[in-house]
Write a protein that binds this ligand. Structure first.
Ligand SMILES: NC(=O)c1ccc[n+]([C@@H]2O[C@H](COP(=O)([O-])OP(=O)(O)OC[C@H]3O[C@@H](n4cnc5c(N)ncnc54)[C@H](OP(=O)(O)O)[C@@H]3O)[C@@H](O)[C@H]2O)c1
Length: 298
């Protein structure tokens, strides 16, 4: 399987190096890169010991799997160029979590190519080190060609082989339906981005107690990391501790009094109501009625 990347950024470089190092024994060959700038193209080729292409046409001709690892906003434009070449039977992939293959590859059915979205459920934060973190990362897959008159998707042999290889490399995968991609991406954003918002709220409260930023981040790190490790080992309900789970209504009332703005109070109440439901499912004999009253919308 000859793999080419259009777009030599964080994901293109990381996946390329990962496939080159670990996929080689399973028959994956990273042929090379074409990117907007020749510097990115050459750096990525050097990093993955592959070829730097100075045009898209040559890369497409020599590869049977082509990843469009450009920013989401450039995927459709890039696809419009790619579909101008002979891509019959080729496997075209993008890595966006939010877009489906059909959102991105309009008219792919007429080209005879197979379209996929292959999303690493991971924050790829830099070009040259993130590949080390990819073992064990979950990949969500979507796409294939709809056979006429049949709801079943037809997959390319390369896609089937890629799935098998990723499994052998220790990367779990799951196929999801196109209509679920936005919901799936929203789930990832809640678990990753929204948690950043909550931690920022926690830091603001630490600053009010006199902590510096550095102190506050260091002080919170063990509780954050420990909590995440418990969640990853079990689930959020089993990992839940604190005043809501204990049904300590006095402490929760005090928390609400120390929060300054209505936004802060609302955030606390909304999330805490969710925690009450989780706590109740764990302690069915406990009466959380007073807690619910304290946390009701004001
Ligand atoms: N980063 C993440 O955490 C992450 C995680 C999962 C999925 N993804 C997905 O992966 C994809 C790539 O994201 P990224 O984070 O790798 O982005 P990125 O670091 O910004 O890299 C994008 C690369 O594409 C190149 N490029 C832009 N427009 C182009 C065009 N028209 N033709 C050819 N090359 C072009 C850029 O060009 P030059 O350098 O050549 O100028 C850049 O190197 C996106 O779909 C994103 O949603 C990202």
């Amino acid at each position: 399987m000859n793999i080419g990347f259009i777009g030599a950024g964080k994901v293109g470089c990381s996946l390329g190096r990962y496939f080159a190092e670990r996929g080689h024994e399973y028959g994956l060959c990273v042929k090379g890169y074409f990117s907007r700038s020749s510097k990115s193209t050459k750096d990525a080729a050097h990093f993955t010991k592959s070829q730097a292409y100075d045009n898209m046409k040559a890369l497409i001709r020599e590869c049977n799997v082509i990843f469009l690892t450009v920013p989401d906003g450039s995927i459709q434009d890039t696809w419009n160029q790619v579909k101008g070449y002979d891509i019959k039977g080729k496997t075209i992939c993008h890595c966006s979590g939010a877009m489906s293959s059909l959102d991105a590859f309009e008219g792919i059915g007429e080209t005879g190519a197979y379209g996929y979205s292959i999303h690493p459920l991971f924050a790829v934060s830099d070009k040259y080190n993130a590949y080390r973190e990819l073992p064990g990362v979950f990949f969500t897959l979507e796409g294939g060609n709809i056979l006429s008159g049949n709801a079943e998707k037809e997959h390319s042999p390369e896609f089937i082989s890629l799935c098998r290889t990723m499994k052998s490399m220790g990367n779990p995968t799951r196929i999801i339906e196109a209509e679920n991609k936005t919901t799936y991406h929203c789930a990832a954003a809640v678990a990753s981005n929204l948690v950043c918002g909550l931690i920022d709220q926690s830091l603001q409260l630490m600053y009010r107690c006199g902590f510096s930023q550095n102190e506050a981040v260091k002080a919170l790190a063990p509780i954050l990391v420990g909590n995440m490790a418990h969640i990853a080992d079990t689930d959020p309900t089993q990992s839940l501790t604190g005043p809501i789970e204990r049904n300590d209504t006095i402490t929760v009332q005090k928390h609400l009094q120390c929060l300054q703005s209505e936004d802060e109070k609302e955030l606390y109440r909304i999330l805490s109501r969710r925690l009450v439901r989780m706590a109740q499912s764990r302690h069915q004999d406990r009466d959380y009625a007073k807690m619910k009253e304290i946390l009701a919308d004001k």
